[in-house]
Design a protein around this ligand. Structure first.
Ligand SMILES: *Cc1c(COP(=O)(O)O)cnc(C)c1O
Length: 489
């Protein structure tokens, strides 16, 4: 596509392209008697649909699709999102008709293969996390968080305890705070110390018999492993509270350390991040929850168990919090995760985390001269820089991000975590080659130079995109969700 065409794609919807009388398909004459519609109100002939020929509509949507930036088209270092490459093998397996066509209301004896897969996946995830039991029910990371905290709440209530506070370090993922309030708890932030760990003095101060749990993101959103985790677990348990791990970014830890061994009672995972499912744009995900034995009776239903005769069955944990969604969770995501785990095996999973951490530290080493590094230590799966040096030249982190688009890269996560000024949160993932990382670093270094010498170039970026700077705040506050004909606008 030429630049002009690209811009045209962004500016003109299909509605503005139709010509009266054009059609994409011509239907044969009807050869049966016409029947009345049950309700004529169902028929509307005043819909302002565009009238286009088939080649026009095919080209329109194909060209629109070409504007998409995706993991399959380029490097996507969006911090905390694990936008890794997803092997196509898993897509083939998820599309096998025995998996893709299975219906949740089928008689259970006809879906034993699907249940065997779920049962085995529960076992794999328990082994990987060092936990006792796994629920596959939650449909996203945040949903897994909520499920975890509701499970903790049910456990505490069962013990006759009414604890109403949940502690969340300021380096936690933002969804943790939403989880706490949705679950009906009071959220208390805990500061981080100068090394990016949870501040132990602040934690000791906050821990009392009203605290139900500490929600710790590990690695935290600074991409750092909390070095005091064993001591933290001890402190939390001494007050009778539960320790929860936001394990969405488990690609940093696979095969290296078990969450359960560190002292956590409950962890949620993001299958769509760590275990290879295409995601982004709100697509389907899965956020399984793994727990120690004392929390297992409170997990949501259904839970896949095995009867004495070997048949797979749905079980209801004894004091289950009930259902957290329709049917049995996002099965297609489970198939992909199962395929990922089986195809890599234990050595392969260990290599995933080794390479994820190696790649992030490679970026750290290549870029630290040009960008400020707020925490002087090795990172795990992602590295967080600060754009404060560039801001002193009048260039903001958002300008750096927009300029990366001109160089053909998806920008990293920006302005998060909140505790880093002008944050640039970069997660390369394990699936990228050294050449790709080098090309990205080169672009970042050129941009750092441009910030010194030609800041205006950055402030007006992107120069080479179908749309330039969008007013993101207005787009969120005043969304235009309904198309209006130009003559009526
Ligand atoms: C992505 C992420 C979440 C939220 O997961 P969703 O599937 O988007 O709901 C929670 N915590 C962390 C650390 C994450 O990276």
């Amino acid at each position: 596509m030429s630049d002009g065409e690209r811009r045209d794609m962004g500016s003109k919807l299909s509605f503005g392209r139709g010509r009266p009388g054009r059609t994409a398909v011509t239907l044969p004459d009807c050869d049966v008697p016409l029947a009345e519609m049950p309700s004529p109100s169902l028929l509307r002939d005043d819909l302002p649909l565009p009238e286009m020929s088939q080649p026009e509509i095919v080209r329109y949507f194909t060209n629109l699709a070409c504007l998409n930036y995706s993991v399959d088209t380029g490097f996507y270092p969006l911090g905390s999102c694990s936008m890794k490459y997803n092997p196509k093998l898993h897509e083939d397996l998820a599309r096998l008709s025995g998996f893709a066509q299975v219906h949740p209301l089928q008689p259970i004896e006809t879906v034993q293969g699907a249940l065997a897969l779920m049962h085995e996946l529960q076992g794999f995830l328990a082994e990987i996390t060092g936990m006792h039991a796994v629920s596959l029910a939650p449909a996203a990371g945040a949903h897994g968080e909520l499920t975890s905290i509701l499970t903790v709440r049910a456990y505490l209530e069962h013990r006759g305890e009414s604890r109403h506070k949940v502690l969340v370090p300021d380096s936690a993922h933002g969804t943790n705070l939403a989880t706490v309030s949705t679950a009906g708890f009071q959220c208390l932030p805990i500061a981080s110390d100068a090394r990016g760990n949870t501040d132990l003095a602040a934690l000791a101060e906050a821990l009392d018999e009203d605290v139900a749990a500490l929600m710790l993101t590990l690695p935290n959103t600074l991409g750092l492993f909390d070095q005091n985790i064993v001591q933290i677990a001890q402190m939390v348990h001494e007050t009778g509270a539960q320790l929860y791990c936001d394990g969405a970014n488990l690609n940093a830890l696979l095969g290296q350390v078990k969450i359960g061994d560190l002292g956590f009672d409950v962890v949620q995972m993001n299958l769509h991040k760590t275990f290879s499912t295409p995601h982004g744009g709100g697509g389907p995900g899965a956020g399984p929850v793994a727990v120690k034995a004392h929390l297992a009776p409170f997990l949501p239903s259904p839970f896949v168990g095995q009867a004495a005769n070997g048949a797979y069955v749905f079980e209801e944990p004894e004091h289950s919090i009930g259902k957290v969604g329709a049917f049995h969770g996002n099965f297609g995501i489970m198939v992909r995760a199962y395929a990922y785990i089986r195809s890599l095996g234990a050595p392969g999973l260990r290599e995933v985390s080794e390479n994820a951490v190696l790649n992030a530290n490679y970026l750290l080493a290549c870029l630290r001269e040009a960008y400020d590094l707020p925490y002087e230590r090795r990172c795990l799966h992602e590295v967080v820089f600060s754009g404060s040096r560039q801001r002193a030249k009048g260039v903001h982190t958002s300008d750096v991000a927009k300029r990366l688009i001109d160089y053909g890269f998806h920008p990293p996560t920006v302005y998060f975590p909140l505790i880093v000024d002008e944050a640039l949160m970069i997660e390369p993932t394990e699936t990228e080659s050294k050449e790709t990382l080098d090309a990205f670093c080169e672009a970042m270094l050129v941009i750092a130079r441009e910030a010194e010498e030609e800041p205006e170039l950055l402030r007006s970026a992107p120069h080479d995109a179908p749309l330039r700077r969008l007013d993101e705040a207005a787009a969120a506050r005043h969304p235009v969700l309904r198309w209006q004909r130009e003559d009526q606008a």
